[in-house]
Structures are given as structure tokens and as C-alpha cells.
Design a protein. Sequence first.
Length: 169
Amino acid sequence: MRRGSSGLLTACGVALLPVLVVVIIAAAVGAVAQAASGGLIAPGAASQVTTFRATGLPAGAGWPWGQCTWYVALARTQMGEPVTWGGDAWQWLANASAEGYETRTAPLPGEIAVYRRGGAYSSQDGHVALVLRVTPSSYTVEEANYYGLGIIDTRTIAWPDPGVAGFIL
């Protein structure tokens, strides 16, 4: 390693400072994600929160990269069930219903969980996630942007969950 003309450490001519900053931020976000999940995990449920940065995943048509809506729309498209409605996350339940999609008040695997604005979710935009598993006392979701832009995680949440507005089949 040597110092380049800009004063940054370089290896083979590549500046290492931006890479080091990204690694440190990613580690800090992971630690915060695991610490923050404690209050949302159901008693007796798995307490592990798995997170990863969504590098290499494509941008979704009309959905801003890294947001919860982008990730759920991308996942549902890959499942052969594309999201055909628009709006902020908190609007998805009504917008999907208006297009004839069935909605429910209890989770089933493969459904979209729609969260109200406020509480543990975005005070302005709400939140959406994809339901993976359901037990009588909890449900597990995969989502983006709960812990930060472009961070995809899997969380187990106590059921019933007062933050849920409903589920889209």
C-alpha cells in the first residue's frame, strides 16, 4: 500500500478509504439491526435477524431502489405475482383492494404485510414486507429498508402486531 497523490492509501492504484468506510458502516448497521430487533421478536421465537446489503439486485420499474416497496415488488414479480398498483407503502392495502386483489387481517406465507404509518415503521410512508412463515404467536417477514436503505433483512415479529394494517394475497 502507498499514499496516492490525493493522500489516500491505495493498493494497485485503487483508493481504499471509500471501501473501508463502506465496510465500517455495513458492520455498524448490522450491529444496530440486531440490537434494535430485540423489542419486536416474539417471546420464544428465533431472535436472529439476518441482514444483507442489496447490491446487484436490479432496480424495479417505478420503485426507488432500496426501499421496502422496491424489494417487495421485485420479490412478488419473481414469484409470478407482480405488483400492479402504486403508492406509498401505507397505501398499498387500499390500492391493491381497489384493483381487485384480496386482502386479509391475518398473515399467510407469500402475502404482503402492509404496515401503518408511525410506530416502528416510517412515520410518513408506512412499510411493506413479504410474509415467509406464520406460527400462532409470530410471523416472519423478509423486507428492505427497515434497518436502512438497501438493507434486506428477515425478522420474526410477535403476532398479533398492532402495526399491521392488513395483508395482500
